[in-house]
Design a protein around this ligand. Structure first.
Ligand code: NAI
Ligand code: MG
Length: 500
């Protein structure tokens, strides 16, 4: 885990990665008011690679003041012009996408080839997508009669306070910055304390094109920096991605002053495999859905695998064979498929779950287990893809979001019972259904209580889809035109008497 820095330099930063210049407030790179910093660790070898400011309330105050100053002019920029700036940012992000990918791999431990490059590219695509939507901030006319003109306007909300996690920091950051700015808002974003470097690089690219204060990025810890941001009286909208526990804290802060809030929270997503899908493509899909190549540190990880009893053993055999072919190693190494867990705290948490599974005589270890204690992998937070079987959906490992590569396989025979188990969770983010029978697959998709169900594929989100959770997985939608309109604008009705 990141610690407050005591040493100054030098840091072991690999070439081709971004060196932060501070945090971005009012178009300037600044340190924290206290002068304190946070050291950023490479989770692949536990070396310190950079330092960022440790922001607290005074820094949030300065960032909000800068945003406040920038808002009146920014909201009046013609939307199409705002869109053009986002398109320029997209281009510039593409030019620096290898530096971005290497920076993401360095600080998050997500493998460069399988994860970080895709994230860098997707972040640029998100700016491009929203840049093209600026002219869609349309209102409606309301037919109140021949002598009345009633119309609605989509107005920006004001200062958006955005708080993001570390698991896909640049993609999740882009997902808030691009729609919020497109709609005419200004933003103060708090990066995650474990992975701020890529977000600072993104901010560095953005600030070349944006007026000062339109986008501000602060770096700091949750309560110390995220707390003052969530509670700031001038912040008019909160957008949070992270754990359900902190999501509740954010929602309480929003309730205090009645501001709208978007929450993208955790998941414990089911994968439902029918007996006709005991085939290689489905196994590949399950590996993808479980996000094994991002150490399963994904809110949409399909971490409960409901396998029909007729194929239970043969499917797991195939899963073992394919999963064991994935190479775990240095995230920056082109050869690595799988990288590391983000920090010691999460690593310890994941190991505890594995340990519990190993100790229970009624849970069967299918493959995997505890991480190696010696050798190169012991130098970082490398976890091993692990599958447990033979326990029920009531087991703690099948209920709690582990956020690590631990998959629980559960046997089913009756379809209605399988769907009941799939829905027996306080989460409802994603779900996956696997069958050649498309009617059956779609009936299951409709019956599952999740914000996003995929049939016969297990990929990630794409710009344009309204993405978000049911139940305690979240509130509101982002990633789409409707998401932008609902989450980052407020409707005003104007009604005019034409008879005078
Ligand atoms: P977290 O929810 O504590 O952190 C997410 C962000 O919220 C970070 O920027 C953090 O600094 C901030 N934060 C934390 N406490 C805050 C507070 N009181 N006020 C304002 N901001 C606050 O997630 P964490 O601790 O990194 O991971 C813990 C667990 O959360 C994971 O094991 C996983 O289960 C879940 N998680 C889910 C994510 C998702 O995308 N659904 C992403 C990250 C974590
Ligand atoms: Mg936390």
């Amino acid at each position: 885990m990141s610690t407050t820095a005591t040493q100054t330099k030098p840091l072991a930063q690999p070439s081709g990665t971004y060196q932060p210049k501070g945090m971005l407030i009012g178009g300037k790179w600044v340190g924290s008011a206290s002068g304190q910093r946070i050291a950023i660790e490479n989770p692949g070898n536990r070396s310190l690679v950079a330092e960022v400011p440790r922001a607290a309330a005074a820094d949030v105050e300065a960032a909000v003041a800068a945003a406040d100053k920038a808002f009146p002019a920014w909201k009046n920029v013609v939307p199409r012009e705002r869109g053009k700036l986002l398109l320029k940012i997209a281009e510039a992000m593409e030019v620096r996408s290898e530096e971005m990918a290497r920076t993401i791999a360095l600080e998050t431990g997500n493998a460069l080839r399988t994860q970080a490059r895709g994230e860098a590219k997707l972040a640029a695509d998100i700016f491009r997508y929203f840049g093209g939507l600026a002219s869609e901030l349309k209102g409606e006319t309301v037919p109140l009669g021949e002598h009345v003109l009633s119309y609605t306007r989509r107005e920006p909300i004001g200062i958006v306070g955005a708080i993001i996690p570390w698991n896909a920091p640049v993609m999740l950051g882009a997902l808030k910055i691009a729609p919020a700015l497109c709609a005419g808002n200004v933003l103060v974003m708090k990066a995650a304390e474990d992975a701020p470097m890529g977000v600072l690089l993104m901010a560095d690219i953005c600030q070349e094109f944006l007026p000062p204060g339109v986008l501000n990025v602060v770096t700091g810890y949750g309560e110390e920096c995220g707390g003052p941001l969530a509670n700031h009286p001038k912040v008019r909208k909160l957008s949070f991605t992270g754990s359900t526990d902190v999501g509740k804290v954010i929602m309480r802060a929003a309730a205090e002053r009645i501001v709208p809030v978007s929450l993208e929270l955790g998941g414990k997503s089911p994968s439902l495999v029918y007996p006709d899908a005991d085939e290689d493509w489905a196994v590949d899909g399950i590996i993808n859905a479980m996000r094994f190549t991002r150490q399963s540190q994904s809110c949409t990880a399909g971490s409960r695998l409901f396998l029909h009893e007729d194929i239970f053993d043969s499917f797991l055999k195939k899963l073992e064979k394919k999963t064991s072919a994935l190479k775990i190693g240095d995230p920056l190494d082109e050869a690595s498929d799988i990288g590391t867990i983000i920090n010691n705290k999460q690593f310890t948490k994941v190991c505890k779950y594995v340990d519990e599974g190993l100790k229970r005589s009624d849970a069967k270890l299918v493959f995997g287990g505890l991480p190696p204690k010696t050798g190169p992998l012991s130098e970082g937070y490398f976890a091993v893809p692990t599958v447990f079987a033979d326990r029920s959906n009531d087991w703690r490992l099948a209920r709690e979001e582990i956020f690590g590569p631990v998959l629980v396989a559960i046997r089913w025979s009756d379809e209605a019972e399988a769907i009941r188990m799939a829905n027996d969770s306080h989460y409802g983010l994603a779900a996956y259904v696997w069958t050649h029978d498309i009617g059956r697959g779609l009936r299951a998709a409709h019956a599952i209580e999740s914000g996003w169900v995929q049939v016969n594929q297990g990929g990630g989100q794409s710009p344009g889809m309204s993405y978000g959770g049911f139940k305690q997985s979240g509130l509101g939608r982002e990633f789409s035109l409707e998401g932008m309109l609902d989450s980052f604008t407020q409707r005003k009705s104007v009604t005019v008497n034409l008879a005078v």
